[in-house]
Design a protein around this ligand. Structure first.
Ligand code: ADP
Ligand code: GLC
Length: 528
């Protein structure tokens, strides 16, 4: 049975029912039934999706993977919260019939439901619940995490069941992302036992960052309608609290993470953030699939957010982008000095410790400029403000979030700094490659997988990697990049050409997700 082609199989039932339900029926009848074909149905449930709501790469992936899956014929839809920051008018959202979500303990929550269509014709649903979602931040208020996150995102997951049921659109697979929606596989298990239609869906959990696990007080379980049998060390309990990510890891039919190297790292004690034993137990159902980059959004040949377009065989436009970036960020106008760029969440993961120690020394000893765009921990923001004040005309800093400036930095910078202590995948360095801003990175996780080390003998490679994450090594690597810039311009030209040609298209990765969806859908009907 394993060679059955589930993606476009002919099944009985059809309208409004999931594949798995149809397969069960077909299996019970033990006879082939002919009905119109329909595609595999996949529901993404997530806390971010660009351009509606984004803090980092998760938002990019939840926007671009469904787009790629739709090209493969998958009927994929995306459900996210309607945060107060999402403008209904700008995105042309349309109000749909609201839904009543039955939470545990008899609590019923009325939620608004809004529909929209994202880039790539991806249908979107937005859950409106002012008390939970009409707030400035997605996860926190200026760095202070909301205390009720398990309730907020729990409601989102529970609303998924009701939205699908009300619309008679029952997915074959529910794909959840990171701790905010990691409870989904646990809820599906409970719903299956209770006979709810969505319970028959297979579950896939993607770990974008295992360091964040979503700890909450055990009282969240009652709200989620989960009994004490789920609050065990084998499932959700950890240190007397609920660990949402752990629950998802234990219960999901399949688990993925976002690069092959990070997949290896989180299986080890050292890299497993306390969850290595649970990851190891699920090793057979776990794989690392490299994220793709959306070149419809990130391409200097067509990007409308940058001052001038350019291509691999002519970088004249890049020179103009550099000039305009220098002027916008208050830097000395100098086409010769190498300009380094940073676009990042400002947090320890991104190598803030290394940057604090190494950047002043690098600026003291090297002829270089630096532009920074970021937001995050108060002390890190303060450091960069200080750096800009200490090196006027050489360092330009914007503390905040700006998609426009992120594109302009990629286009104007000569080098892109990403000294992350760990990096599950990293998208910013992929964009940097496409924009010919050569990445200077710590060789970890997805950075190791996507950047080819500069080879001074041949002039090949796409960036400068260092293997020991300490400040002197990071500083030496920046010096190496500057020295290459100054003394071997032909190598820089060659590397830029090579970098711009590297493609991380979604198509291949989306096909791998499709294989997983088929597998878990089959597993749910007992065919595998
Ligand atoms: P992570 O998801 O860990 O933050 P990624 O490299 O995967 O790292 O993705 C970061 C994404 O967030 C990129 O699209 C990057 O351009 C964007 N980004 C990060 N910080 C900012 C910011 N301050 N303003 C605009 N975009 C940002
Ligand atoms: C997380 C990771 C980042 C990854 C992104 C998208 O935020 O930190 O490395 O690229 O998710 O998967």
């Amino acid at each position: 049975m394993s060679n059955i082609y589930v993606h476009k199989i002919r099944l009985s039932g059809g309208v409004g029912r999931g594949y798995t339900w149809c397969m069960k029926k077909a299996l019970r009848k033990k006879e082939p039934t002919i009905v119109p074909e329909r595609s595999l149905r996949v529901l993404f449930v997530a806390s971010e999706c660009a351009p509606y709501a984004k803090c980092g790469g998760l938002g990019d992936v939840v926007a671009s993977l469904p787009k790629a899956l739709r090209k493969l014929g998958v009927d994929v839809r995306v459900l996210i919260p309607l945060y107060g920051t999402i403008s209904r008018e700008t995105f042309g959202l349309v109000e749909e019939p609201s839904c009543l979500v039955n939470c545990g303990g008899g609590e019923v929550n009325g939620c608004g439901v809004w529909g929209g269509v994202a880039d790539g014709d991806v249908p979107m649903w937005f859950i409106e619940h002012d008390r939970y979602f009409d707030r400035g931040g997605i996860y926190d208020d200026n760095g202070v995490e909301f205390g009720d996150n398990a309730f907020r995102f729990g409601l989102l997951c529970m609303a998924a069941e009701q939205v699908c049921r009300d619309r008679q659109w029952i997915p074959d697979v529910v794909h959840s992302h990171d701790w905010p929606t990691a409870i989904m596989p646990v809820l599906l298990d409970a719903w299956r036992k209770a006979g709810a239609p969505l319970g028959w869906a297979g579950s896939v959990l993607t770990i974008h960052n295992q360091a964040y696990q979503g700890y909450s007080h055990a009282s969240a379980l009652g709200y989620l309608g989960l009994g004490p049998d789920y609050f065990t060390p084998e499932i959700l309990e950890a240190w007397g609290q609920v660990n949402l990510l752990k629950g998802g890891i234990v219960m999901a039919d399949a688990i993925t993470t976002v690069s092959p190297s990070y997949a290896k790292e989180i299986l080890t004690e050292a890299g497993g953030n306390g969850l290595a034993e649970y990851m190891q137990a699920r090793q057979r159902d776990f794989e690392g699939i490299l994220n793709g980059a959306d070149y419809g959004v990130w391409d200097p040949e067509t990007d409308r957010l940058i001052p001038a377009n350019y291509r691999a065989d002519s970088l004249i436009g890049k020179g103009q982008c550099k000039q305009e970036l220098q002027s916008q960020m208050g830097l000395q106008q100098d086409g010769v000095v190498p300009l380094f760029g940073i676009v990042s969440r400002l947090t320890s993961q991104k190598g803030m410790g290394l940057m604090r120690a190494a950047l002043p020394l690098a600026l003291d000893s090297l002829n270089m400029q630096l532009v920074v765009l970021g937001t995050g921990e108060a002390a890190d923001e303060e450091f960069f403000r200080w750096l800009a004040a200490a090196y006027p005309g050489r360092v330009g800093v914007t503390i905040g979030y700006s998609d426009d400036l992120a594109h302009r930095i990629q286009a104007g910078a000569d080098f892109f700094l990403m000294p992350s202590l760990f990096e599950p995948c990293g998208l910013a360095q992929m964009y940097a490659l496409r924009y010919a801003a050569l990445p200077v990175v710590h060789a970890t996780g997805g950075l190791e997988d996507t950047i080819e080390q500069y080879n001074p003998g041949e002039g090949t490679g796409t960036g400068f990697k260092f293997y020991t994450p300490d400040a002197p090594t990071f500083q030496e690597t920046m010096a190496w990049a500057v020295q290459t810039w100054e003394t071997r311009p032909s190598h820089i030209t060659q590397m830029r050409e090579q970098a711009m040609k590297v493609r991380f298209d979604w198509e291949m990765s989306a096909n791998r997700y499709l294989d997983i969806y088929r597998r878990v859908a089959l597993k749910r009907v007992g065919w595998q």
